[in-house]
Design a protein around this ligand. Structure first.
Ligand SMILES: [Zn+2]
Length: 365
């Protein structure tokens, strides 16, 4: 069965260093250990919208617990109030949503599915709903349609992904469906109205220094305003914003800058929530926030097959999501459960098969 709970020790249990990922499913039964016992979710809202925000390489502890604050204070390298890394997101979840991944006695956790625990495999899992065999950031573009491709083909639109990291384009779309993908500082893939405020944002990003990364990386402070402006102007049916600075700073072992990147990501989520509240789709929009992998216990890096780096989280708020705050799931979830959840919310057909995820029941009502 997919979802090898027998291999997975509960949160904090000693001897939990190794994680092998979800196992093959010889009987071909899609879904996880208990998904077949679940009642079918309610039908999709008419003209439902979904916004997915990924924040690269975030430790689950930094979302749910003040661990980072203690570390910063202990290392005496953090300034000011460090207790509120994601205050707006946490408030939105408390008032309108659920959070999975905090662990706890007997509670299901959230992990990568393949245990590669690096970015491209993580994003392939998030957007395909399938446990990937990709184990590096150099894999080819997905040959299977992603949930973004499926949304376009179902006539939903617009559908877009706007991200800081160039290689993410291989995971968000097969490339032949019409999804608008802007990954890093490659040319904007659509009309660029000369003289517009939006064109000015694109020009500023094109001229930007890629630090804290290199090459065609587009730092989050440029990606975020482009994404927000696109969102306000186009009201996409399915929209992905990919923020990546947190992982870049972590690899530089800069805990303070990592914390600031999380605060900036929190502000972006707040701005998206404000834009949704002002939009015509305010009562039909669900927001999902997740990360592509966790981090090793020593913070700086993330490593394949390591349990600590496999730990992720899923936050959700808005339409269809019950207001339950941080919950104790009855089973473990993995990144491949996110695309099936989006399919249910948007009314897209389910995709069956071995090593595929199942909708996250706790997000849906
Ligand atoms: Zn990384």
């Amino acid at each position: 069965m997919v979802g090898a709970t027998a291999l997975l020790p509960s949160c904090g249990e000693a001897g939990s260093a190794i994680y092998l990922g979800v196992q093959d499913d010889p009987e071909g039964t899609e879904g996880s250990t208990v998904a077949t016992e679940s009642t079918a979710p309610a039908p999709a809202l008419t003209d439902a919208h979904v916004v997915v925000v990924t924040i690269d390489g975030v430790r689950w502890q930094d979302v749910f617990a003040p661990a980072l604050r203690a570390e910063l204070e202990g290392a005496q390298r953090g300034p000011g109030d460090l207790g509120a890394l994601m205050p707006r997101t946490r408030a939105l979840v408390a008032a309108q949503g659920v959070a999975l991944g905090a662990g706890g006695d007997g509670c299901g956790i959230v992990q990568t599915a393949s245990a590669a625990n690096i970015s491209l495999p993580g994003y392939l899992e998030i957007f395909s709903g399938h446990a990937t065999t990709c184990t590096s950031n150099d894999c080819d573009r997905t040959t299977a349609p992603t949930v973004l491709d499926e949304a376009v083909r179902a006539g939903l639109g617009p559908v877009a992904s706007i991200s800081s990291w160039p290689q993410i384009d291989r995971a968000v779309s097969r490339g032949d469906s019409g999804v608008l993908v802007s990954a890093g500082r490659f040319e904007w893939p659509a009309e660029r109205p000369a003289g517009s405020a939006f064109a000015a944002l694109l020009d500023a990003a094109d001229a930007a220094d890629p630090f804290p990364s290199t090459g065609n990386y587009r730092p989050d402070r440029f990606t975020a305003p482009i994404a927000l402006q696109y969102f306000r102007e186009h009201s996409p049916a399915l929209f992905h914003v990919g923020l990546v600075d947190a992982d870049e700073w972590a690899h530089r072992d800069d805990l303070v800058a990592y914390a600031n990147a999380l605060r900036e990501a929190d502000a972006v989520i707040g701005q998206l929530a404000d834009a949704i509240a002002e939009s015509e789709a305010r009562d039909r929009t669900t927001v999902i926030v997740t990360t592509d992998h966790g981090r090793n216990d020593d913070f700086k890096d993330h490593t394949s097959l390591r349990y600590d780096s496999s730990r992720t989280f899923v936050l959700a708020f808005g339409a269809r999501v019950p207001a339950r705050g941080v919950i104790c799931p009855t089973r473990n979830h993995t990144l491949i459960d996110i695309a099936p959840t989006i399919r249910v919310i948007l009314g897209l057909p389910a995709v069956h098969g071995s090593r595929r995820g199942a909708p996250i029941d706790e997000i849906l009502r």
